[in-house]
Write a protein that binds this ligand. Sequence first.
Ligand code: HAM
Length: 432
Amino acid sequence: MAKISAPKGTRDFYPDEMRRRRYLEDVWRRVSLRAGFEEVDGPIFESLELYIQKAGEEIVTQLYNFEDKGGRPIAIRPEFTQSLARMVVARQAALPRPIKWFNISRCCRYERAQKGRLREFFQWNCDILGAEGPAADAECIAVAIDALQEFGLTKEQVEVRLSSRKLLSVMLAKLGLSDAAIPKVYLVLDKRGKVPADVIHHMINEIEMTEDQRKRVVDIMDMSSLDGLPSFFGDDPEVLEQLRELSQVVSLLGDDAAQFVRIDFGIVRGLAYYTGPVWEVFDKTGTLRSLCGGGRYDNLIAASGGKAMPACGFGAGDVTMGLLLDSLHAWPNDLTPRADFYVSCVQAASVSKVLPLVRRLRSLGRSAIHDLISSNIARQIKNADAMGVRYNVVIGSHKCSDDEVILGNMRTHEERTIRIQDLLKSVQDGTI
Ligand code: HAM
């Protein structure tokens, strides 16, 4: 029979890959919990309606959707945010505020599979609902930076590019851009860095606006700090208000975390629900697509049938983060499995003693493995060595009595005969 390959844009997780995935997830979980986020989850598939309600988004064209056997239109989740909104709305009155939830989910998007973008990936989400001030935006950015630092990444290697949808829309309106032109400008901004510069140039030229407006749009696109804005817009109160809000997000982060942040009006976020500050994390060499993206989405809960509720959050993917750690050789060294004990057996007559000892070691909370394929003792010791085992415990040696074993330290190569009872006691005391 022909071999069947995994579907395009998916990955198999053999033990090596699985260990790396677990490491990413462990960091995400640890960072979330210590910031007071609680873990939640929803189903891997939802009613198609949940996503198409907000039609017009790129994500709708990327859905994996089908009819189930009962004829219901279903979609596999492309992100967690819509499920989160549905879950919040279902119990909105009862949930204590602010809601701080995190989630690690498997998501599927029918995207063009390319470096950093697959059709199935894992995404870490942190969201805060019920808090409207910039403190919640700053908290989300701080948590994302915590994770970056926990992965050993520095401000020289990664950056948070911060913008504000509201500030941008106020600025574009002040420039006198038509309602039809503004979403097109967003689209160009969102594509910047993802498509070649000449395509961007062409896209800008296609938008209906005056030459002066076009020049100003390009100037805004190129700004890397908020300092230049007042000279652009004078003391326009609406611009100043939004500017103040965005500056506050940065100042609330404090000097240390703020060093990771750069203002970039090129960040608009492809998803339609964002309303305020928006941000993405990139590696500084600029070779990878975004590591993380998020922002404020104050209208989504009401749009999902709930009472209006401010919200902000972010999602970070495993694919680009994995590629970045690969390129920086930044995976921890100790991801390879290490068992504490390998219980080996010299003679067939003692085989029945192996598993009981293994089980007792395991019951003391230590990892213990043994031979399952009748290898000779030399092969067993070789296997133990290859698996990075710390202690080899030999049962059935002619040097031992019935209640004794040989304990070999695989690092120092020291060996001693020890009573099984004493071995277990030392393991329990933590001296072995
Ligand atoms: P997003 O920008 O679509 O935002 O995705 C967030 C992150 O998920 C990206 O930065 C990337 O690391 C990863 N990602 C997205 N699509 C793919 C893909 N096809 N392959 C690999 N990785 C991918 C959202 O999903 C928002 N729901 C995030 C959010 C949560 N906003 C507020 N709360």
